[in-house]
Design a protein around this ligand. Structure first.
Ligand SMILES: [Zn+2]
Ligand SMILES: [Zn+2]
Length: 276
């Protein structure tokens, strides 16, 4: 990998709830967590249950600043945070970003609410890292560190969500999950966000056939992911946020159909690393 490339590693690819078991062993059962490496900098997207093994891997490396971006704060995207080793380590600097909460709420207040008895036994103070909560408004452009630009856009999802586009060394990776589309329409802000991206990770919870019965649930389909990609001139599409009810055989069938519809399309698998 050359210094300008962005590497993308999947630690959790499920939506809604973790679903470990023999039926999901090949694609993985952990909920959303994706690691991007831009040069020497690590950016993490979402803190689903997949963030626990990521934390164990990061703990074996020299401690560096980390940026953790939340698509939103539904439980499948935040529940892993108290089990993320770097967040528990004194002296580690961790910036946490969310763009869907202002003005009614803040990210710190949301995390405190999650880590509150009797639903969770220990408070936020257990996280001994140097935590910096950075709320922004989806649509703003963020510069977490030198050489990395993060563009954002609001997504149509219950309670709101944020789509991200990470730019580094002339490459771009988009992370767009927890979005519902309207059949036949394209959200202009989303198309603009992902336009020309080398790689786009997209909410593909359902098939178009299933979506008919799932309107209002806040998610999209793998077929819509490909339509957005075609409309926006995206390079490679990665189908993501798999329904926990879709076992490995089902995902194999999606992968085969998607690869025929748009060659190069892949279904995200836990543990896999891609390069943009
Ligand atoms: Zn989700
Ligand atoms: Zn959600």
């Amino acid at each position: 990998m050359d210094g300008s490339a962005i590497s993308v590693r999947f630690w959790g690819v499920r939506g809604s709830i973790a679903c470990a078991g023999p039926q999901t062993a090949r694609y993985g059962g952990n909920t959303a967590c994706v690691e991007l490496r831009c040069g020497g900098h690590t950016l993490v997207f979402d803190a689903g249950t997949g963030i626990r093994p990521l934390g164990l891997a990061l703990a074996r490396e020299p401690a560096a600043d980390l940026d953790l971006f939340f698509s939103h704060t539904h439980l499948d995207h935040v529940l892993g945070l108290p089990f993320f080793a770097p967040a528990l380590t004194a002296g580690r600097r961790l910036r946490l970003w969310a763009g869907h909460l202002l003005p009614a709420m803040t990210l710190e207040a949301a995390v405190r609410r999650m880590m509150t008895p009797p639903l969770f036994p220990v408070p936020v103070e257990t996280l001994r890292a140097d935590l910096e909560f950075r709320d922004f408004r989806a649509g703003e452009t963020l510069r977490p560190c030198t050489g990395v630009t993060v563009r954002t856009a609001p997504l149509d999802h219950p309670d709101g969500a944020t789509g991200y586009r990470v730019e580094h060394g002339g490459r771009a990776v988009a992370y767009v999950t927890d979005i519902e589309h309207r059949p036949g329409e394209r959200a202009a802000a989303v198309v603009d966000l992902v336009r020309g991206a080398d790689l786009m990770i997209y909410d593909s919870t359902y098939t178009d056939a299933e979506f008919v019965e799932r309107k209002g649930w806040g998610h999209s389909t793998w077929e819509e992911a490909l339509r957005v990609a075609d409309a926006a001139g995206v390079g490679r599409v990665v189908l993501f946020h798999h329904d926990p009810g879709h076992d490995d055989d089902f995902m194999d069938a999606v992968a085969a159909a998607a690869a025929i519809s748009r060659p190069g399309t892949v279904v995200a698998r836990e543990g896999e690393t891609l390069t943009a």
